[in-house]
Design a protein around this ligand. Structure first.
Ligand code: HEC
Length: 150
């Protein structure tokens, strides 16, 4: 009899612990599916800046300088110099390109149609290939380049 009570108590305790310790999702994971009240989800989204423009997703991808360096070394130095301060075999130095120019260049292979004030393209050629899959990594690549500026 005693053991039945003991088991029951332990069982209840176990359940209590399971129910009372909240399982926290990692911050970047949106707990949309699990939220029973859609109102809560909507409020959260409305508060997140840029949630509807897709900017939100890019903003949650942290700038990672080491990753930027790795991606640069594996994708860009066949044409650009390992040292982005100087020109490479085919591509010019990259140190002066603002992030917005670099983003368009990497995604489309072309310079933006409207250039930022004060920026002069280094070359008039159209030899660069595009890397659309690297779009969200351009801020990391750009940050690494600026981190080795001389
Ligand atoms: C196939 C060779 C090639 C590869 C690979 C390449 N580029 Fe280029 N890049 C060029 C050339 C050539 C130019 C000069 C303009 C042109 O011809 O497109 C250029 C220009 C640029 C510019 C403009 C610089 C300025 O100040 O005018 C940026 C920014 C740039 N590249 C970034 C990158 C990044 C980042 C990568 C790697 C993800 C990369 N490029 C890979 C050849 C390349």
């Amino acid at each position: 009899m005693n053991s039945v009570i003991l088991l029951g108590t332990l069982g209840a305790l176990y359940l209590f612990i399971i129910v009372s310790v909240p399982v926290k999702a990692p911050e970047h994971v949106k707990v949309v599916e699990e939220a029973p009240v859609t109102e809560v989800t909507k409020t959260e989204e409305a508060e997140a800046p840029g949630a509807e423009t897709g900017v939100h997703e890019v903003a949650t991808t942290e700038v990672n300088i080491e990753r930027g360096r790795t991606l640069f070394m594996s994708n860009c130095i066949s044409c650009h110099n390992k040292d982005p301060n100087i020109k490479g075999a085919i591509g010019p130095e990259l140190i002066d390109a603002p992030l917005e120019v670099m983003t368009v260049k990497v995604v489309t292979g072309r310079y933006p149609e409207v250039l930022p004030a004060g920026f002069v393209p280094k070359r008039k050629t159209k030899q660069m290939r595009k890397f659309p899959n690297l779009e969200k990594d351009v801020p990391s690549i750009h940050a690494w380049i600026q981190s080795v500026r001389k």
